[in-house]
Ligand binder design. Structure first.
Ligand SMILES: Cc1cc2nc3c(=O)[nH]c(=O)nc-3n(C[C@H](O)[C@H](O)[C@H](O)COP(=O)(O)O)c2cc1C
Length: 279
């Protein structure tokens, strides 16, 4: 092949690859419904309950398509699904789509309709944020938008992060910035040994003391084959719990226990300057 032909072939190959990458990125975005513009558009639209559904990286996130669509269909809720990195993996077509095809197809259709179910991921915090005085901070807008936040499934990792106040992704920023007057529900799901680790009890106690409601996991044969406690609570039970506390106007029933106990402002410590005493 002549040098010119080789260069042409390489150039057209590279252009083809770039076009393919662009198209698949666009297709993926269209399928997943990225972007947070709807948050502003949907603000103040009607009196349907609004649920921020955080899905962390437990195996049980394969049930998120069912949970999200049933929240919309049976409770008439608008649902913003917030995925962690692990949650994204578990709710993918390869994993959740294979686990329960019908629920996954309904979920994808709901996302495409952009009416009842929306999807947010970490990139939605950062992509499109350019102008400090104009662009919304997604986790803050979401906090204002939602009536209730439900973490289902809540992985051991996200449970620990929320209890300790870590906020290194969209989900945990939302939970750290959560309005203390609004309900926060957590449905843990993890391996039995993770569940029985002493950290779990500590973290649950911290969160319950703050007014979070824990939807207890059940015992059964888990996806990993172990038998014991740690399975996500049944979807029916999660729906009932959300229904009980997601009506608009139910403010005041939230996680604000620390406020009722009296908010304690940090006071600067008085430091003694010892430099003057040094020779
Ligand atoms: C296949 C697989 C299954 C997992 N299942 C669980 C689980 O059921 N519960 C859990 O707490 N962690 C589980 N993990 C570990 C979490 O995904 C991991 O701790 C991750 O950091 C969670 O991050 P996130 O809380 O930000 O989603 C699993 C990991 C893998 C690879």
């Amino acid at each position: 092949m002549a040098r010119r032909d080789l260069l042409l072939a390489l150039a057209s190959g590279a252009a083809g690859a770039a076009l393919f990458a662009l198209l698949s990125r666009w297709a993926k975005r269209a399928r997943r419904g990225h972007g947070a513009a709807w948050l502003k558009a949907e603000a103040g639209s009607g009196d349907r309950p609004r649920v921020a559904l955080v899905a962390a990286g437990s195996v049980a996130a394969v049930k998120v398509p069912e949970l999200a669509t049933r929240l919309a269909d049976e409770l008439g809720a608008q649902v913003a699904v917030v995925l962690t990195g692990g949650g994204r993996f578990m709710t993918s077509s390869e994993i959740a789509g294979r686990y329960a095809r019908e629920h996954f197809v309904a979920f994808e259709a709901a996302l495409r309709a952009k009416r009842d179910v929306f999807l947010l991921e970490d990139c939605d915090e950062w992509e499109g944020y350019a102008d400090v005085s104009v662009d919304p901070v997604v986790h803050i807008e979401l906090r204002k938008w939602a009536d209730v936040v439900l973490v289902a499934p809540c992985s051991a990792n996200t449970l620990a992060k929320v209890a300790l106040g870590l906020c290194d992704n969209l989900a945990t920023c939302l939970l750290r910035a959560w309005d203390p007057d609004k309900p926060m529900l957590l449905a843990p799901a993890m391996n039995t040994v993770m569940w029985e680790h002493p950290s779990t009890l500590q973290h649950l106690r911290i969160l319950e003391d703050r007014g979070c409601r824990i939807i207890a996991p059940t015992s059964k044969r888990l996806a990993c084959g172990d038998v014991g406690r740690g399975a996500l609570a049944p979807v029916d039970e999660i729906l009932r719990t959300v229904q009980a506390c997601s009506c608009p106007g139910l403010r005041g029933s939230g996680v604000g226990a620390w406020q009722r106990h009296g908010f304690q402002e940090w006071q600067p410590k008085e430091y003694t300057d010892t430099s003057a005493a040094r020779p």
